[in-house]
Design a protein around this ligand. Structure first.
Ligand SMILES: [Zn+2]
Length: 314
């Protein structure tokens, strides 16, 4: 179910009509915002002859369902494997993909390749994928799903068009949840926890554990702007030991702060400057975590102690 992103949908519908789809795209944006759903929607538009029928029910149609489930012959979806706690796309997965693409009997056949979590390709896999992307395959379109285009190899990023997915309005997400039969009170709570990501809102509504975890992230993100040092000091303590886990956690906090910022802006809350300031520092930290060997906990402590912005409203 595609929620929001009307302009991107219209853009791709136009490209499809004119058969002008580019060789590769990087769909970037927060988790659960709708990137993978749109890539699957495009595949459905290509392979299901019935999508042109008004009110075609993609969640009932067998072709559309097979695409969503990754079972359609001409739509290949590569997902991350959980290798221990770490998300990973391995060289083996890319090798298998290359093998499939090279099959003589499949030559020239229209295919859509979706790499879901492209930033989790390890170096070997990313290099093998780059070779695949450079191969002169005809009739194949690649969709790289990633939270950030800067997490891809630069050589890969330069060969694909990046499409940025912005968060979706709460109203649209709530309407969609209600249409799915989710009870109003729960729907409202999931919307407020999802920070503009419809896929996340739906997942929270269906998964109690995720619901609790997201609630916790939303609660702890607010410590950044707390006036109490005792609350802010809890942040380094709950930061994950594992570097990758910590990076994910920082990105989730960032998303919450961004949502909070939008809310505060609407209300004209002067605390928005403090939130913006924290978000900016956190964004910088996220970049440092990715590109350097920085001591994350120490850097986070620095953010917490540095509260010169308090002067703004005291
Ligand atoms: Zn269909």
């Amino acid at each position: 179910m595609l929620i929001g992103h009307e302009r991107i949908v219209e853009y791709f519908n136009n490209l499809l009509k004119r058969e002008r789809l580019a060789h590769g795209y990087a769909f970037c944006g927060p988790e659960g915002v709708g990137k993978r759903t749109l890539a699957l929607y495009i595949a459905q538009n290509i392979f299901c002859p019935e999508v042109i029928i008004r009110n075609h029910k993609r969640d009932v149609c067998s072709i559309c369902i097979s695409i969503t489930r990754g079972e359609h012959q001409n739509t290949i979806v590569i997902k991350t494997d959980n290798d221990g706690a770490k998300k990973n796309i391995s060289i083996e997965q890319i090798r298998q993909l290359r093998k499939k693409l090279m099959l003589k009997e499949m030559e020239g056949r229209r295919r859509i390749i979706i790499i879901d979590g492209a930033e989790f390709m390890n170096t070997e896999a990313a290099n093998a994928f780059l070779k695949t992307l450079e191969e002169p395959f005809s009739n194949i379109n690649f969709f790289l799903i990633t939270q950030s285009v800067s997490a891809l190899l630069q050589t890969t990023a330069s060969r694909v068009q990046s499409v940025r997915f912005n968060v979706v309005s709460d109203g649209k997400i709530e309407k969609a949840l209600l249409a799915k039969g989710i009870e109003e009170k729960l729907a409202k709570e999931c919307v407020s926890l999802a920070n503009g990501c419809p896929g996340l809102a739906i997942a929270i509504a269906q998964d109690k554990e995720l619901h609790a975890a997201t609630k916790e992230i939303n609660k702890t993100a607010k410590y950044f702007i707390s006036d109490f040092i005792s609350e802010r000091l809890k942040l380094p303590v709950i930061l994950a030991e594992d570097r990758e886990e910590a990076a994910l956690q920082i990105n989730k906090w960032l998303l919450v702060l961004e949502g909070l910022m939008r809310e505060q802006l609407q209300k004209g809350d002067p605390k928005v400057r403090l939130t913006a300031n924290s978000a900016e520092k956190l964004l910088r930290l996220a970049e440092l975590v990715k590109n350097t060997n920085i001591n994350i906990r120490l850097a986070l402590e620095q953010i917490i102690f540095d509260r010169t912005e308090n002067k703004i409203y005291h």
